[in-house]
Structure formats: C-alpha cells, structure tokens
Design a protein around this ligand. Structure first.
Ligand code: ADP
Ligand code: MG
Length: 332
C-alpha cells in the first residue's frame, strides 16, 4: 500500500507520573521518508520524549506509533529496545571505545561474516563523513566534533532506514558544526536516509531541515517548511524560537510608526531599515555589536529596546540618533 505513511504517531500521549504537564499529549505526526524533519521547542517541551516514542525507547500511554503500517514495539516487548531499522545518536558518545582506532569503532558495527564487505563499507562510510584520514587515530585523541562524526558513522554503517538525532551537535564547536550538518545533508541525499532531529538551534534547523515541527508543552502547535515557518509563524512562540526577534507591545510599536491591533508586535532584526537624523525625539544607538560581516545594533527610545541588523558596518556609532522604517511585522 503506497499510501501507508512511512513513520507515524497517532494520538500518542506519554505523561510522566506526578507531572500533569510533562511528556507529550495526543500527538499526531507523519514522518516523510528521505527527508530531514526537525522537532523544535523550548527545553522541557517534550522533544526527546517524542523522539523516544518514535524510536520505541518509550511506550505511549495512549495512541500508537506505526512504522510502515506496523506498530512499533515498546521497551518491555523487546530484548534490545528501539526499532531495528532505526539508529539514534545523542550528544553523549559514551558507547565509543576510546582506546580503539576510529576504523575499529566503526567496523565493529558490522558482522565478521564477510570481511571484504566489512572493509569496503567501513571505508565508504568514513569517506562520506570525511573521516578517512583519521581512520588510524584513537578515538580518545579526537575532538568533540570528530567523536560525534564517529558516532554518526557507527549509526549509519548498518544502513538504518531512520536516523534519530537528539541535539547531537550541542558539544560540537560552531566551526565544526556546519561541516557536519552539510555532510549529513549530503548523506541524506545520497542514500535516501530519513532523519528526525531534535534541536533548539535556529540556525541549525533552518538550514538543515526539510520540515519543522514545533512542540510546546507536549503539543505540536504548528509544522511546515522552514522558510514558511520563519516568514509566517502562526505563533509568537515559533517566531521566538526561530528568530532573535523584537517583541513589542502595541503601544511600543507606535514608536516605529506601526498601528497594531493585537497585543504583541514581532519585528525581526532584518526587517528594520535605518536612517541617520538629528531630531531629539528619535531612537538612539545604544550598542553596536560587531558580528563580522554585519553588526547588531541595539536601539533605545524611552524604555524600549530594538535590535536591528545593520549590513553597513561602521555607519553608526553609539549615541547616534536614527529613524527606523519597518518593512514587515507580525502581530499576535
Ligand atoms: P525536551 O527534550 O524538549 O527538553 P523532554 O521530552 O526531555 O523535553 O521532557 C519533557 C518533560 O517531561 C519535561 O518537563 C521533563 O522534566 C519531563 N520528563 C522527561 N523525562 C522524564 C522522566 N523520565 N520522568 C519524569 N519526568 C520526565
Ligand atoms: Mg531533550
């Protein structure tokens, strides 16, 4: 049946004892094959719980999780918890053998029945993850980011159909992160892997995911393509997860010449254009934060602060008076 969803949770709930407002509640989600789905939400919103339910590390209190139409077994029903067609990588790389070489750590995941295949597949995976030149290094001598690559290599060498990532890049330096994100995207394209990732880093999910799922207090409040969710979030919560945005009251928004009808006005820092002026009743540049090829300016008027992205580095200095023009805003 081609219309059977690949991986699906139907009305699943998992409430932890003693805590009414924890876990996930009545959640429906459909995971598309060959795509990267990112689950985002504030800390404690139920991201890891949902991921563990999808993998079969937790049994739902209510509802079902189906993989290709078949119910996923919970940990009480299976000797080794977790669905056999899936692999999970978290930020803890505890199961690596620190004193063995990278090569052996990865090759150990394959049976020793066909040594040729073992050799070939290990080589292939190390190449895909740009680890070939480190094959003979001991894992103990690797950086955090490199260890994480080994963990991912170990997960994908067995060719799982689904790779689950629970904030796996948290301990990885930003400079290493982008390379790793790129390599994972590449692998998804090459071998048609399905990835479900949990993250709270907007830059990461916006550039990596094909679809975002937003969790708030154990419930999915919206989902969609990263571009759509970024530009048109249905909820203030989503806007705040995805952008370091300004949230003003309707009264404060009048300082930007906006007449809002709802309570909260959201303005992304890149939606604001500036002009130098000499009026006293204007915004004052309070701080200039150097960001490399751009600056973040913090403007102030009365008690209200406004964060603005400025691409003309050096144009404004602290104390300057400026007028703002807001090209786009959202109201909630
Ligand atoms: P996230 O990954 O989004 O930070 P989690 O899924 O880990 O959130 O947790 C969601 C909520 O459930 C949190 O309030 C957390 O404290 C609670 N929780 C998670 N695991 C357990 C557990 N084993 N026992 C009790 N409460 C838990
Ligand atoms: Mg978590």
């Amino acid at each position: 049946m081609s219309d059977t969803p690949f991986l699906q949770a139907i009305a699943v709930s998992k409430i932890y004892p003693g805590k009414q407002l924890s876990g996930v509640k009545q959640t429906n989600i459909v995971i598309e094959p060959g795509k990267i789905t990112a689950i985002i939400g504030e800390s404690g919103s139920g991201k890891s719980t949902l991921l563990r339910l999808l993998y079969g590390l937790l049994s739902p209190d209510e509802g079902t999780v189906l993989f290709k139409g078949e119910r996923i077994w919970g940990p009480e029903e299976k000797l080794i918890p977790g669905h056999d067609a899936m692999k999970m990588v978290t930020q803890h790389t505890d199961d690596l053998n620190l004193f063995a070489k990278v090569w052996d750590n990865v090759a150990a995941m394959l049976p020793a029945t066909d040594l040729n295949a073992k050799q070939q597949k290990t080589e292939e995976v190390l190449k895909q993850l740009n680890m070939a030149r480190m094959a003979d290094k001991r894992v103990a001598d690797l950086s955090g980011g490199e260890k994480q690559r080994v963990a991912i290599a170990r997960a994908i060498i067995t060719r799982p159909q689904v790779l689950l990532l629970d904030e796996p890049f948290n301990q990885v330096d930003t400079s290493f992160r982008e390379g790793l994100q790129h390599d994972i995207r590449q692998i998804v394209k090459e071998i048609g892997l399905t990835v479900i990732m949990v993250s709270h880093d907007p830059a990461e999910v916006l550039s990596m995911a094909d679809k975002l799922v937003v969790l708030k207090q154990g419930e999915i409040i919206e989902e969609g393509h990263p571009k759509v969710l970024y530009q048109y979030p249905q909820n203030l919560y989503t806007a705040q997860l995805l952008s370091n945005c300004n949230v003003l009251t309707a009264a404060e928004a009048t300082l930007c010449d906006l007449k809002a009808t709802k309570t909260n006005v959201v303005i992304y820092p890149e939606w604001i254009k500036l002009k130098l002026i000499t009026k006293t009743k204007a915004w004052t540049v309070n701080q200039v934060l150097f960001k490399g090829f751009y600056e973040d300016l913090i403007l102030q008027q009365n008690e209200t602060l406004l964060r603005v992205v400025n691409e003309e580095s050096g144009k404004y200095t602290e104390g300057d008076k400026v007028a703002v023009r807001v090209g786009k805003w959202l109201e909630y």
